[in-house]
Design a protein around this ligand. Structure first.
Ligand code: MBD
Ligand code: FE
Length: 285
């Protein structure tokens, strides 16, 4: 029997479990240097914020039990990474990057995978022979805040395909589809051939989807390209780039769009598809 699963049969629980496992493996969990005083302060404030909401809004037992059942479901669906990255990470990112002078950051989200294939620029991202979508040449330069090129910079890039699915989080896609680590050229420039990603709907059949429906929200993020740009002796930037005119550019469910991160690709005269230039500026470490 042939395997007829493809990316469109992705389920929230399967992609959620993957994201949860990835987070556990990421080395970001475990012993931390967070002090007892800090835990006391932060946990007390969060608990108080919830209690204030209960008192102000006169929350009922029916509502309290709905919350309890929903929180249990978030864990069972493996959707804590999704929930936190959609509704909380943007303010953590804002705090983390508030003193930068170079390129603006944005959230990492739940679908980053480290150690993607290294492909020297100029390059084409790993993709299927019949990868659907509009070809996009993404090019630019990586410099320091003085505008000097950083020839040892590298760009980790990952994004969804034309149907809005990420490799390793939906079935049927090649392992590293639309993911790579790209060392830049000797003058700091990069040229990456890819396919323009589609707007992305977060999984709707799990706990996060249930919340969205119950609240009457929508599940969309505008189309975006994820990036981590780094160079020796400079601060790595994690960011995302968006596309002008996207339907959800001003109501991203993850609140992660910034004006400086919106691209305006132009039709190419020399080849099929579009091209866009974006220069990254890295702060000193
Ligand atoms: C995504 O692709 C994403 O970037 C974020 C932040 C949340 C869910 C899916
Ligand atoms: Fe994403």
């Amino acid at each position: 029997m042939t395997d007829t699963r493809d990316e469109t049969t992705a389920t929230a629980a399967a992609s959620g479990q993957h994201a949860t496992e990835r987070f556990r493996e990421s080395g970001r969990v475990g012993a931390t240097g967070i002090s007892k005083e800090r835990v006391d302060l932060l946990a007390s404030r969060v608990i108080k914020a919830v209690n204030d909401t209960v008192l102000d809004e006169k929350v009922t037992y029916e509502e309290y039990n709905a919350l309890k059942a929903w929180l249990i479901q978030v864990g069972e669906d493996g959707e804590w990474p999704l929930f936190l990255d959609v509704w909380i990470e943007h303010s953590v990112e804002q705090v983390a990057n508030e003193n930068r002078h170079g390129s603006q950051g944005s959230i990492e989200g739940p679908y980053y995978v480290p150690d993607s294939p290294v492909q020297q620029s100029p390059t084409k991202l790993p993709m299927r022979d019949d990868e659907p979508g509009t070809p996009l040449l993404f090019q630019g330069r990586v410099t320091n805040v003085a505008g000097e090129p950083l020839p040892d910079a590298k760009i980790e890039i990952w994004h969804a395909d034309d149907l809005g699915f990420y490799s390793q989080f939906a079935p049927g896609l090649p392992e590293w589809n639309l993911r790579a680590t790209v060392p830049v050229e000797s003058d700091g420039q990069f040229h990456i051939d890819t396919m323009q990603p589609a707007p992305y709907q977060i999984p709707t059949d799990g706990a996060c989807g249930a919340l969205i429906r119950a609240a009457g929200w929508h599940a969309w993020r505008p189309a975006h390209i994820h990036l981590k740009v780094s160079a020796p002796d400079h601060l790595e930037i994690t960011t995302q780039l968006y596309f002008t005119g996207d339907t959800h550019i001003s109501d991203d469910i993850a609140s992660a769009v910034k004006q400086s991160l919106i691209l305006d690709p132009q039709q190419r005269s020399d080849a099929q598809g579009k091209a866009v230039t974006y220069d990254f500026v890295l702060d000193p470490a």
